[in-house]
Design a protein around this ligand. Structure first.
Ligand code: DGL
Length: 280
């Protein structure tokens, strides 16, 4: 598709999500590392990704990665668990080495897996995520690779993303679905003491999730940990760090209507933003 490898590329960090949820990751990263420039790209026109097949998520994610590379990003974070679960490995192993060997694409599953093993005392970990992420078993595989003595149980929450996207996350109707999924998870393994919120939308439901989670269970939203992990990565990869521009800016792009994105983004961000429409 005409990709050209450029040996030294200076530019912003690209943050990709299927829609709005990745803003929780962007927020965590910008809070910790405000000096960098960022481009946020949400594929809102084709969200949600959570119920789509491996192949479709891979194709969509690859299109977004190409677009962010063409906009000059040396480094892209797939701030979407579903894309990280279904597309990251193929992009890293099959696409990057041939087309952009000097650029990098990182996901959110590995950093979350790394941290969660240090938080559990019972070695029983629960995952709440989209159907796609749970079915991929990516979390189970990553966590058990790092912490083989751990039991990992997942519960898909197909209603949670629509509740957030439709602005119902703080309304009484959300209570039923939040309570139901948490109960199912804890019934499947009552020894769970640490629960990953394995979807970028879920921090918006945090208040209700806390309400229906028994005390003593640690909830793990991702933004803070992804930011810490990225900072660590950039300390270890100085060439990449040097290639990131540092003007403290953030540009927003969506495949849907920019006005719609701007309005919905106010649920996630506490500043008014400018958004541009883009096609992939
Ligand atoms: N952002 C996605 C994730 O973290 C959830 C939304 C979707 O299904 O597209 O898994």
């Amino acid at each position: 598709m005409g990709d050209i490898s450029v040996s030294q590329q200076y530019g912003p960090i690209g943050i990709f999500d299927s829609g709005l949820g990745g803003l929780t990751i962007l927020d965590g990263i910008r809070h910790r590392m405000p000096q960098y420039d960022f481009i946020y790209l949400g594929d809102n026109a084709r969200a949600p990704y959570g119920t789509r097949s491996f192949d479709v998520v891979y194709q969509f994610t690859l299109q977004a990665v190409r677009k962010l590379f063409s906009m000059g990003c040396p480094l892209i974070i797939l701030a979407c668990n579903t894309a990280s679960a279904k597309a990251l490995r193929s992009i890293q192993h099959n696409y990057l080495p041939q087309t952009f060997p000097d650029r990098r694409v990182l996901g959110v599953i590995r950093p979350t897996a790394e941290i969660v093993g240090t938080l559990t005392h019972t070695n029983h970990i629960g995952i709440l995520a989209t159907e796609g992420t749970i079915r991929s078993e990516s979390y189970n595989l990553e966590i058990q690779k790092l912490y083989p003595a751990t039991t990992v149980v997942g519960q898909a929450c197909p209603m949670w993303v629509p509740l957030v996207e439709n602005g119902e996350y703080d309304k009484p109707g959300a209570d039923y679905f939040v309570r139901d999924s948490i109960q199912k998870l804890l019934n499947a393994d009552p020894q769970i003491d640490t629960v990953i919120l394995g979807c970028t939308h879920y921090p918006l439901l945090l208040q209700k999730i806390r309400q229906y989670t028994p005390e003593g269970i640690t909830l793990v939203p991702q933004g803070k940990y992804i930011a810490e992990s990225l900072e660590d990565y950039l300390q270890r990869h100085r060439d990449m760090e040097q290639s990131l521009t540092k003007g403290g800016t953030c540009q927003y792009f969506t495949t849907e209507s920019s006005e719609k994105f701007r309005e919905s983004a106010s649920l996630f961000l506490h500043e008014s933003i400018k958004v541009a429409h883009i096609t992939l």
